[in-house]
Design a protein around this ligand. Structure first.
Ligand SMILES: [Zn+2]
Length: 257
């Protein structure tokens, strides 16, 4: 299932603290530990209440909380922190009222946004884990870290970082050039990686700030690409399927129904 805002909400009420994929195990989910939630209002914010024009949305408050993985074999503990905002919402009884809304800025360790295959190289895994953490505080840096993980992925796929020009000079290849070069080995994966890079570019240069939806698109495409590269069972099924189609169901020892 592709990930979206519903899986990783940007803001939520304390009562609706989401359960999120565990950073450490593949099956578990982390959720808020009862009684492990605190807030603190800034001193200057408390003083502002003396002003006549004071409104609840002038308040500056932070939260911190502990979450834990429900899998008994794991039990990973995660610290979450962020901003408590006052937002107007429509109450059936009282009309427009201010409600406290939490906006997380950090989780440590950060929940997995997409699964990382176990046989994925260490450097790619570490870049992705950092990207998952940056997602909550800085989307542009998150996408940049994903780009760096793609460079590490291309290293693993043995795509050179440099080339010798006709004049004998050594020049560095851009991520774009490396992805294009990989098409000679696997056009489908090269195309997936190019799509990730292009979607990621939407948030840079003059295209305006990067949105959470852009990051979700990048990660959904990346999940597919990683699966195509590292999921050997899927690779094998794809090979068997291609062989069956080619031989009209006679090869691979199985008959098509
Ligand atoms: Zn876990």
């Amino acid at each position: 299932m592709p990930i979206s805002e519903a899986d990783f909400p940007e803001r939520f009420g304390q009562e609706a603290f989401p359960s999120l994929p565990c950073p450490s195990c593949s099956k578990g989910r982390i959720s808020l530990v009862k009684g492990k939630f605190w807030t603190l209002e800034a001193g200057y914010s408390v003083k502002l209440k003396e002003e006549d024009a004071w409104e609840p949305d002038w308040r500056t408050e932070r939260f911190t909380a502990f979450m834990q993985c429900a899998e008994s074999a794991c039990g990973e503990s995660v610290v979450a922190s962020g901003i408590v905002d006052a937002e107007e919402e429509l109450d059936e009884e009282y009309g427009w009222v201010y409600a406290s809304v939490l906006k997380p800025q950090d989780f440590y360790p950060a929940p997995r946004l997409i699964p990382i295959p176990e046989n994925c190289p260490e450097e790619v895994q570490e870049c992705l884990k950092t990207a998952f953490r940056l997602f909550w505080s800085d989307l542009a840096s998150c996408v940049n870290k994903i780009r760096i993980s793609m460079e590490a992925l291309l290293d693993h796929l043995k795509v050179p970082r440099r080339r010798k020009t006709a004049s004998g000079k050594i020049e560095n290849l851009t991520l774009h050039q490396r992805i294009v070069a990989y098409a000679a080995k696997d056009a489908e994966i090269s195309q997936s990686l190019m799509a990730i890079k292009m979607v990621g570019n939407l948030g840079s240069h003059d295209e305006g700030p990067i949105s959470r939806d852009i990051v979700f698109n990048v990660l959904n495409l990346y999940e597919d690409a990683l699966e195509a590269i590292f999921d050997h069972r899927k690779k094998e099924l794809k090979r068997v399927k291609a062989a069956l189609i080619k031989s009209k169901g006679k090869s691979a020892g199985k008959k098509k129904k």
